[in-house]
Design a protein around this ligand. Structure first.
Ligand code: KG4
Ligand code: ZN
Length: 336
């Protein structure tokens, strides 16, 4: 539940991490079923945390894509039923757009700490959405004009973290575990590749980096050998992390230069990473990174952006569908 596009009244998360940890990753059928079980208790919980009833709700925001079709359908159908039963407008939100909006959540200022955006003129910025499912760099040219500059050609950066963690024998999701294990390690111990560095575009490729780490682990005696040598484990984690973050910084630098942008935002689960936060902040004074709670998937970013879209006349009506491959700027609808 979000008021005024930013003030968080409640932000519940029904985590499926424990469920998927057993399989080492997300199993779509298992995920859909868990959504069905969670959706109604979550709506009731969110209302009760916020201390309001449906009568006080202005509109319902829902993610219609991209994502796993079974999971999206559960959310979209639940939102439509609620909207029809309570005669509320419904606002579709594109999931990645929700991430890009997340630096505004929970703040009284704009994403960069300026007082309010009605007092400051909109300034184009470059934004990243980096998570287990997506790695996108986007030029936000105007509030409703998004331009995807680059995406991953294979694995997402969070997926690379999770796969490297798995081959080192860590649990799922591995990103936070690699982050912790890298502490104190030497980021130059291994010279892992920085894929697509020096190319003209802004795309990413993380599967080759993961393969290089796999080779280094095998040559180094397998996961057991690293587990029994904490300094070497820290070194390999730090070296992987340095390569993964270097690629993001390279794209940020080039995009900002070529677009003449001064502001930057980094969002998505990987924006929780300590190296991402420290290195982006060290290099770019005007970088907005959400609190970790709003980096990983959350309802507040969808509700907040839904509120902004509602105010600008973008309610969508009941004829929306789950759209698994929904592009960010599909049909010129920008954030939807
Ligand atoms: O945004 P998110 O919650 O879900 C989607 O994938 O959409 O992001 C989850 C991803 C996982 O791959 C997880 O390993 C990664 O974010 N992640 C991290 C950290 N915290 C979460 N990766 C690196 N370092 C972290 N501290
Ligand atoms: Zn996400």
């Amino acid at each position: 539940m979000v008021a005024d596009g930013r003030r968080v009244l409640s932000n519940r998360i029904a985590s499926q991490v424990a469920l998927h940890a057993r399989y080492g990753g997300v199993v779509p059928e298992v995920a859909s079923r868990a959504h069905v079980e969670a959706v109604i208790p979550m709506i009731e919980g969110a209302l009760s945390d916020a201390g309001i009833g449906m009568g006080e709700v202005d509109a319902i925001a829902v993610t219609k894509g991209p994502g796993l079709v079974g999971c999206l359908l559960v959310g979209v159908e639940a939102a439509k039923s609620l909207a029809a039963a309570h005669r509320k407008p419904i606002v579709a939100v594109q999931h990645i757009a929700g991430h890009l909006y997340s630096p505004w959540i929970g703040r009284e200022t704009d994403a960069w700490g300026r007082r309010t955006d009605s007092e400051v003129e909109f300034e184009p910025y470059i934004a990243f959405a980096v998570s287990g499912g997506h790695t996108s760099i986007v030029a936000v040219n105007a509030p409703d004009a998004l331009e995807t500059l680059g995406e991953t050609l294979d694995d997402a950066v969070g997926e690379a973290y999770d796969k490297v963690a798995k081959l080192l024998g860590f649990g799922y999701p591995g990103g936070p575990l690699i982050d912790r294990a890298a502490e104190g390690g030497n980021p130059r111990a291994w010279d892992f590749p920085r894929p697509l560095g020096g190319t003209v575009g802004y795309d990413f490729s993380y599967s080759g980096l993961k393969t290089s780490v796999a080779r280094a682990v095998a040559q180094g005696g397998g996961p057991g050998a690293f587990a029994s040598d904490p300094a070497r484990l820290a070194d390999i984690c730090a070296s992987f992390q340095a390569a993964a973050v270097d690629v993001l910084l390279d794209r940020a630098r080039r995009a900002m230069r070529s677009r003449g942008a001064h502001r930057l935002a980094v969002t998505g689960g990987v924006a929780c990473n300590s190296a991402v936060r420290a290195r982006f902040r060290a290099e770019f004074p005007a970088v907005a990174i959400p609190e970790p709670e709003f980096c990983t998937d959350n309802a507040a970013m969808i509700g907040g952006l839904g509120g902004v879209l509602l105010d600008s006349g973008h309610a969508t009506g009941l004829r929306i569908n789950a759209t698994p491959a929904l592009a960010l700027d599909a049909g010129g609808r920008g954030w939807q």
